[in-house]
Design a protein around this ligand. Structure first.
Ligand SMILES: Nc1ncnc2c1ncn2[C@@H]1O[C@H](COP(=O)(O)OP(=O)(O)OP(=O)(O)O)[C@@H](O)[C@H]1O
Ligand SMILES: [Mg+2]
Length: 267
């Protein structure tokens, strides 16, 4: 089988000062099959965003390769790179900063179409209405601005924009962390529904194990830039091998129980 995306032995070292460097990612490998979701979990600073930036080609790895449908990303020619940009899209953490406040929704969600050229204003508006419908937003919102929307609605717009170029993969870097629990549940369900309809693959980055399990077929656990455990989501959740994974699971269970409970021995 050809994977749609594959990382082989990815390492990223940031040099911060003349003497200091940060090993943000260390020898990480993963595969992503068509229609599959791989969840990536790890605490703050474990290298999750670094991984997403390397996969998106926003940064170059210090070592290792990213393969797109079996081809080395670095070796792609002009046409291949353009294909890559359209095939691998992204949704970021904060829908309050990721949408340009001065642009209307139709303009935001069809931004790639504008870059590619050829589509007039009317065609882009029609396309935007379809995309907003696809993510469950009323199509009357096409002429609205981001500030007129709730956080959940904005994140739906970000998803519509990521879908516009009919990607094979969407990289979702903690897309629900700025949303409250019920809204993030709705976004989770939307992502599942879209995957079923469109067959798109997701790389879903999160820190809440429960949320990641809900969406992912396989899970990969990052600790200080290294993968300490990976496997199918069910077994990682029910039979975690690494103490760090057990800690992440315990933390997400506490979160699910809510802030009202008192933990034995501390309350
Ligand atoms: N541009 C950079 N220059 C220097 N160090 C960086 C840079 N980007 C990230 N780092 C460092 O690399 C490590 C991994 O950061 P990264 O943002 O990938 O973590 P993360 O898992 O996404 O964390 P969070 O959950 O807080 O988003 C951290 O120690 C961070 O300080
Ligand atoms: Mg991050």
């Amino acid at each position: 089988m050809t994977y749609v995306l594959e990382a082989r032995d990815l390492t990223k070292v940031y040099r911060t000062t003349r003497e200091h460097e940060v090993r943000a990612l260390s020898g990480l490998s993963l595969t992503l099959a068509p229609g599959e979701t791989v969840g990536v979990v790890g605490e703050s600073g474990s290298g999750k965003t670094t991984l997403s930036r390397l996969l998106l080609g926003l940064e170059r790895p210090t070592n290792g390769t990213v393969l797109f449908r079996g081809e080395d990303r670095q070796q792609l020619g002009r046409a291949g790179r353009r294909e890559y940009v359209n095939a691998v899209s992204a949704v970021f953490q904060n829908p309050y900063s990721s949408l340009n406040p001065r642009r209307r929704l139709w303009d935001i969600v069809t931004e790639r179409q504008a870059i590619e050229g050829g589509a007039g204003r009317r065609a882009r508006r029609a396309r935007a209405a379809d995309l907003l419908g696809l993510v469950g937003l009323p199509t009357e919102l096409t002429a609205s601005f981001p500030h007129q929307l709730s956080g959940g609605q904005r994140q739906r717009v970000a998803i519509a924009r990521a879908l516009a170029q009919e990607p094979a993969v969407i990289i979702l870097d903690e897309p629900m962390s700025a949303l409250d629990v019920s809204v993030s549940g709705q976004i989770s369900n939307l992502l599942l529904e879209l995957q079923q309809r469109l067959g798109v693959s997701y790389l879903f980055i999160g820190h809440d194990m429960n949320q990641v399990r809900h969406l992912s077929h396989r899970v990969l656990v990052l600790l200080k830039g290294e993968c300490v455990e990976q496997g199918d989501a069910q077994s990682v959740m029910t039979q975690p091998q690494h103490p760090y994974t057990r800690g992440l699971i315990a933390a997400s269970e506490l979160q699910t129980l809510g802030p009202d409970i008192s933990v034995e021995g501390t309350g």
